[in-house]
Design a protein around this ligand. Structure first.
Ligand code: CU
Length: 165
């Protein structure tokens, strides 16, 4: 009796997992780097922790014409970023998407991203069985210094023009 009950439970949880793997990924502090006028691309960053092994295989955002998963890496002494096919999220391990490392690249931006803007992001996840699901994220735009002195005055201006309605 006990054995049968356990098998049924296991079968149930396996099914639930297959249908909603996205629910098993914890997202911490999602943010997008605010842009200056005319800037055509930016990055999105966050910390992801999956309960079971999954891969981020694609990303989408309505603010970008094209969205890719990128990594920054040294290539012949030069820091470059390049597109990766996917980003593994090993079970129980926090994976950091941060400046200088992995990030979601938002290209062909449809407009300026101002500090405080809420940017919707969708991550497409794939589990070991090849089953895909989506994870909806709301990232907040942050104006950060350190991108270069030229960006600072524009970022300050963006703060002044920010109205919340
Ligand atoms: Cu990039």
């Amino acid at each position: 009796m006990k054995h049968v009950f356990l098998s049924a439970l296991l079968a149930l949880s396996a099914t639930a997992w297959a249908q909603t793997p996205a629910a098993h990924v914890d997202v911490k502090e999602p943010w997008v780097r605010a842009t200056v006028a005319q800037q055509k691309s930016t990055g999105a960053f966050m910390q992801l922790t999956a309960k079971a092994d999954v891969r981020v295989v694609d990303a989408r955002s309505p603010i970008a014409g094209l969205t890719q998963i990128h990594e920054m890496a040294m290539e012949k002494d030069v820091m470059r970023m390049r597109e990766v096919k996917g980003l593994a999220l090993p079970a129980g391990q926090a994976v950091e998407l941060k400046p200088g490392g992995y990030h979601v690249m938002l290209l062909d931006l449809k407009g300026q991203v101002k500090a405080g803007d809420v940017v919707p992001l969708t991550l497409v996840l794939e589990d070991k069985a090849g089953q895909r699901s989506t994870l909806e994220i709301k990232a907040t735009a942050r104006a950060l210094g350190g991108v270069g002195a030229a960006a600072a005055p524009a970022a300050a201006g963006a703060d002044h023009s920010q109205h919340k309605h």
